[in-house]
Design a protein around this ligand. Structure first.
Ligand code: NAG
Ligand code: NAG
Ligand code: NAG
Length: 293
């Protein structure tokens, strides 16, 4: 009996070893430079999430081709409504943005979102719709405070672990590496314009430029709405909300970037926060923006 137990024990150990070796292997293949372990999510998964959010953004920015006939028939064709609102043509034939009347029914738990009031909602659509109803003083508004309702992070509310000092001190390195890897990935997929691609090439060959080019690129990318050479907390949303559930350091990290606490992150603050030497940062957003749009 004891022998059997030992045998089974050894077998389990062997299987576990095999498993961890194959995982390590996979990690080594996907990760480019990271050797250090971290308590957060494996870096290659984070990259995937970041890329997915970027793809979604790109899709949102894509406008359907304009069709004069259609525009004539449907004034909503050209109207852009903010989150939680949809276009309706009113009685006198004018396109208007009104609160979304119905959100798609979500059965997938992964669509759940946690609000800034630490309440779990079925989807982000429901949060934006409620905020719209409250902004419009509609009877559907459940709480006047919901005028300020927003998505804190994707995923059901949970007790987020505290970001420890050691995790925080390693975070700038991890963030730099994700940004660089994502930039490289997009270049490989030929989704970047010529100036961008040149920046990637430069980053690949010149170590001094590696992190700074990636940082400048992401910062320019975030500073698009509006383009004012400062990234607001609102503009940080695409990198904060999708990651916070898995990466509890991202929110405190991004807060820390806003050193003077004016709710804006300048390129200098962004560079400091990613621990990139100042003299290697050059702002070239106009170039990038022209290629992005
Ligand atoms: C890993 O962490 C140690 C200590 O925190 C640090 O000295 C080392 O440079 C790190 N290695 C990499 C590849 O970042
Ligand atoms: C938010 O809600 C979750 C789940 O209900 C709970 O575990 C957590 O402690 C709450 N967080 C805060 C900051 O109240
Ligand atoms: C790398 O970039 C730095 C900073 O712009 C520059 O001074 C240096 O000459 C470059 N090195 C090479 C090999 O291109």
């Amino acid at each position: 009996m004891i022998q059997l137990k030992l045998f089974v024990g050894t077998l389990v150990l062997l299987v576990l070893c095999e498993y961890s070796i194959s995982i390590e292997d996979k990690m080594r293949k996907t990760k480019k430079f990271n050797k250090n372990k971290s308590d957060g999510l494996p870096d290659h998964i984070l990259e995937k999430i970041l890329i997915k959010t970027m793809e979604n953004e790109l899709k949102i920015n894509e406008r359907p081709p304009e069709n004069m006939e259609m525009t004539k028939q449907n004034p909503c064709q050209k109207k852009h409504c903010s989150a939680g609102r949809e276009c309706k043509v009113n009685e006198i034939g004018v396109a208007e943005c009104v609160c979304v009347s119905e959100c798609p029914i979500e059965t997938d738990d992964r669509r759940k979102v946690c609000s800034n009031y630490n309440e779990t909602w079925g989807s982000d659509c429901e949060i934006y719709r409620m905020r719209c109803n409250c902004e419009e003083d509609s009877s559907k508004c459940q709480n006047p405070e919901f005028k300020h309702l927003h998505v804190e992070y994707y995923g059901a509310c949970k007790q987020l672990p505290k970001c420890s000092d050691s995790e925080m001190s390693d975070f700038p390195r991890r963030m730099r590496e994700w940004l660089y890897n994502i930039m490289q990935d997009l270049a490989d997929r030929e989704e970047l314009g010529p100036h961008f691609t040149k920046m990637v090439k430069e980053a690949e060959t010149n170590l001094t430029k590696r992190w700074s080019n990636a940082a400048v690129w992401k910062w320019c990318d975030l500073d698009g709405h509006p383009h004012d050479r400062a990234v607001s907390r609102h503009e940080l949303f695409p990198i904060r909300a999708p990651l916070q559930y898995l990466e509890h350091c991202i929110a405190p990290f991004l807060n820390k970037c806003d050193t003077n606490n004016d709710h804006m992150v300048t390129l200098v603050e962004w560079g400091d926060c990613l621990e990139i030497p100042k003299d290697t940062l050059e702002e070239d957003c106009d170039y990038l923006r022209n290629e992005l749009n």
